[in-house]
Design a protein around this ligand. Structure first.
Ligand code: BV8
Ligand code: ZN
Length: 245
């Protein structure tokens, strides 16, 4: 795949570059996405699992689903797309990595600052009193732990549907989207708000918006450029062109 010189030119003179990632950036690490045909939600429905009501209705099922996802994440490692993004942060005067992912593969790949819009799957807290749950989680033990402080149910520290995003993170993401010269939307179906609004916000503030995705999404026609391919192939190519420009 050819990387258009227009993108390289804009990146070379960019003062602030934002990369926003979704589940697609972890697909080549063996972690299923949510909405792809064989995705996590092909069989189960998101509202049932990744929501407060879903957890209240069936806490053991939801907990087991997160334990299953933790097992998969524990066996996965960053792919060339994650590493390319980690490299990129050194190439621009200002670089912001915003992710919807909860798998922390960006951190493992060496990205020094990752703004996690939807929390992370590693940490846990009490559903009732919000006390952080710091006991070691045994992935073989599918039973739902309870809070040592109040006896409440323990939940993963991800943001569920219908829950507010962490205020500071969302504020940073909005300011960065308005301020940046180039916004790369990588591996996201751009269907979940408010995250999906960020590339549009960037565009409305004059950023050059690039989508990296093998498929078209709801923002493809708004983007200035669609690099149609897997992020693990496309991003290292962009990095390569930048280095030899
Ligand atoms: C909020 C964490 C407001 C948990 C997630 C009705 C009822 C309730 C809410 C709503 C509603 N209507 C709208 C809403 C708002 C809702 C929303 O947007 N719903 C959508 C579905 C319409 N949003 C919310 O509820 C948010 N909160 O709005 O609160 C509020 C206001 C006041 C008071 C209280 C609340 C919270 C949203 C966060 C939900 N949590 N995850 C967990 O992980 O279990 S969302 C989940 O989907 C993921 O975390 C991810 O962030 C998100 C989007 O998924 P993607 O990352 O894009 O993945 P997807 O599978 O969709 O796409 C993968 C893409 O990769 C594809 O395009 C594919 O082509 C591509 N790809 C595949 N392979 C590759 C690739 N790309 C590159 N390379 C490859 N190799
Ligand atoms: Zn508690």
């Amino acid at each position: 795949m050819e990387i258009p010189q227009e993108l390289i030119k804009r990146l070379l003179k960019a003062k602030h570059v934002v990369v926003m990632t979704g589940a697609g950036v972890s697909a080549e690490s063996g972690i299923k996405t949510f909405r792809d045909p064989d995705g996590l939600w092909a069989k189960l429905n998101p509202a049932q699992l990744a929501s407060v009501n879903g957890f209240m209705a069936n806490p053991e099922l939801v907990w087991e689903w997160y334990q299953h996802r933790r097992e998969i994440i524990n066996e996965s490692k960053p792919n060339p797309g994650h590493y390319a993004i980690a490299e990129m942060e050194k190439l621009f005067p200002k670089f912001s990595l915003i992710t919807q992912n909860v798998d922390r593969l960006h951190q493992q790949a060496g990205s020094s600052k990752v703004w996690e819009l939807h929390g992370n799957i590693i940490d846990n807290r009490c559903f009732t009193c919000s006390e952080p749950y710091t006991k070691e989680i045994d992935l073989n033990d599918k039973s739902l732990p309870s809070c040592p402080k109040c006896g409440g149910m323990i939940r993963p520290s991800v943001v569920w549907f219908g829950e507010m995003l962490p205020q500071k993170v969302l504020e940073y993401a909005e300011v960065a989207s308005k301020d940046c010269d180039v916004f790369l939307s990588v591996g996201t179906s751009a269907e979940v708000y408010p995250a999906a609004g960020l590339p549009l916000l960037a565009k409305s503030y004059g950023a050059y918006v690039v989508e990296v995705n093998p498929n078209r999404t709801s923002i493809t026609q708004t983007a200035d450029l669609h690099l149609q391919g897997p992020s693990g192939v496309v991003l290292p190519k962009v990095l390569e062109e930048l280095r030899h420009a």
